[in-house]
Write a protein that binds this ligand. Structure first.
Ligand code: FAD
Ligand code: UQ1
Length: 448
């Protein structure tokens, strides 16, 4: 039963009318072509990484050679969820029907993958079909485990509860609702004790909320609190230093090593645990609660033989090839590469995958190496953004010859107006492999 609550970004378990209506608008009623039971390349997951990979390889290998397995009707541009939470965009702006997004030269099997059998080069789908492959790319993203926090789903599913979450299309609109309904009291923003995608988003929504309340004359009666399980505000010092200035200058409170463990929706209270002393718990009143849920790789992947001890797809952090099966590669949030999990990282990975999977297919050595590139546009309100870009070692890897740790309007404009098109028409079509080339040009060839 609890399992039914567990959701990835497919919203097929939704009972909420607005999402159902939206899905009707974005509905994909047909798959691409009649699917077969054997392919040169099977891609599991048609999100950012899977779609980009399928676009590249279906154009290279031709029709009928690549299949994408994904049950979702709708492809969401998840980076827009942060702006939707602040009322700057609508959920409709962030989605397209899967059938319009997936590459035409690839087949689409609109089913969940339920089992991996890497020793026999097959995957099984929900109707029991076995699909065999020569090569497999796993791109299943992260599962959102809202059910792991007692009381949270009830609060999220209760109208006007003051609880929202930009991480799910089901609850992103509840975030803006809670903001609009806020009168006075604590507005609490959480960061869980698991890896997450876009680790900046839990605080971006706080900055947006702070500006919203200020502009609507409610800031004096609001305590804005960031309770994070991490020991730091942001993992990269250069950007963390700037973010601390934002937090301090705008009077927000940051509590590190505080993990949300229960939500008491009826009394509007949240229970937090001190991760350095688990017996130390604090029940805090809230008027608004924004929750970033615990996340993991999807259960199907976690229960397979393809994962590491932490339950993520076990691949080489350099080549993205599986550590035990040479015909399997991974891309995106479900792998164990130690980069920040973002769409920008997917862009950084897709060129490496293009070269290394092509090399594997032609029996030549894998030379391409992923440097861990990730980017997180740290929106600090309705008009400013710190454009964080960095590599595996936490070294800034900035595209533009300016200090990107500074809050800038230009970077906000890029985030709001330019990056969605880079995503839909660049990354998903297989053309955008991240800004590495742009960076070299901007720095007159002086940077890697
Ligand atoms: P996804 O795009 O999530 O795709 C996973 C796919 O796998 C889905 O289509 C799903 O249906 C499918 N799937 C799952 N289980 C199965 C199964 N059993 N069988 C078949 N298919 C399955 N990134 C940035 O670069 N910049 C940002 O500003 C940014 N902001 C963000 C803000 C928020 C609120 C969120 C939620 C994310 C943000 N991201 C951002 C992160 C970015 O969206 C993800 O890192 C990226 O989409 C990961 O791509 P992926 O292919 O790994 O997974
Ligand atoms: C990026 O490449 C990308 O993928 C399309 C994103 O996802 C939407 C991003 O948010 C960012 C910041 C990048 C990096 C691109 C530039 C120009 C810095």
């Amino acid at each position: 039963m609890m399992q039914a609550y567990r959701m990835s970004l497919q919203v097929n378990c939704s009972s909420r009318l607005c999402v159902q209506l939206l899905q009707a608008a974005c509905l994909s009623t047909t798959t691409h072509n009649n699917t077969k039971n054997s392919y040169e390349l099977v891609v599991v997951g048609g999100g950012s990484g899977g779609c980009a990979t399928a676009a590249k390889f279906s154009s290279r290998l031709g029709k009928g050679k690549v299949v994408i397995i994904d049950p979702a009707d709708t492809h969401y541009y998840q980076p827009m969820f942060t702006l939707i939470g602040g009322g700057m965009k609508t959920l409709q702006n962030s989605c397209k029907p899967m059938s319009k997004v997936l590459p035409k030269k690839a087949d689409w099997l609109k089913q969940s993958c339920v089992e991996f059998d890497p020793d026999n080069n097959t995957v099984t789908t929900e109707d029991g079909s076995k699909i065999s492959y020569k090569y497999l790319v796993v791109a299943m993203g992260l599962q959102l485990n809202y059910d792991q926090i007692p009381g949270l789903l009830e609060a999220l599913n209760t109208p006007n509860s003051g609880v929202g979450s930009i991480y799910s299309p089901l609850y992103v609109n509840k975030t803006y609702e809670a903001l609009q309904q806020f009168k006075s009291g604590n507005a609490i923003f959480t960061f869980p004790n698991t890896p997450v995608k876009c680790a900046g988003a839990p605080q971006k929504i706080m900055y947006i909320a702070e500006e919203y309340l200020r502009k609507h004359g409610k800031r004096d009666g609001a305590n804005i609190i960031y309770n994070t399980s991490l020991g730091v505000l942001f993992g990269i010092k250069k950007y963390a230093d700037s973010l601390w200035k934002v937090v301090e200058s705008r009077g927000m409170t940051v509590n590190t090593r505080r993990n949300l463990v229960e939500v008491h929706g009826a009394s509007k209270q949240a229970l937090f645990q001190n991760l350095d002393d688990p017996s130390d718990t604090t029940l805090t009143d809230y008027e608004m609660l924004h929750v970033t849920p615990p996340m993991s790789a999807p259960d199907v992947l976690r229960s397979s033989s393809l994962v590491d001890a932490n339950g993520f797809l076990s691949v080489s952090k350099d080549t993205l090839q599986h550590t035990r099966y040479s015909n399997i590669f991974g891309i995106g949030d479900c792998t164990n590469t130690p980069n920040a999990k973002t769409a920008a990282s997917v862009a950084g990975q897709v060129g490496v995958l293009r070269r290394n999977l092509s090399a594997a297919m032609s029996g030549t050595p894998l030379h391409a190496v992923y440097d861990g590139y990730a980017s997180c546009p740290l929106v600090t309100g309705y008009s400013k953004c710190i454009m964080a870009e960095f590599d595996y070692n936490g070294n800034p890897l900035e595209t533009f010859p300016i200090n990107q740790a500074k809050e800038r309007r230009t970077m906000f404009i890029m985030k709001k107006y330019f990056l969605p098109d880079v995503y839909w028409y660049g990354l998903l079509k297989g053309y955008w492999e991240g800004p590495a080339l742009m960076r070299r040009v901007m720095h007159l060839g002086l940077k890697k």
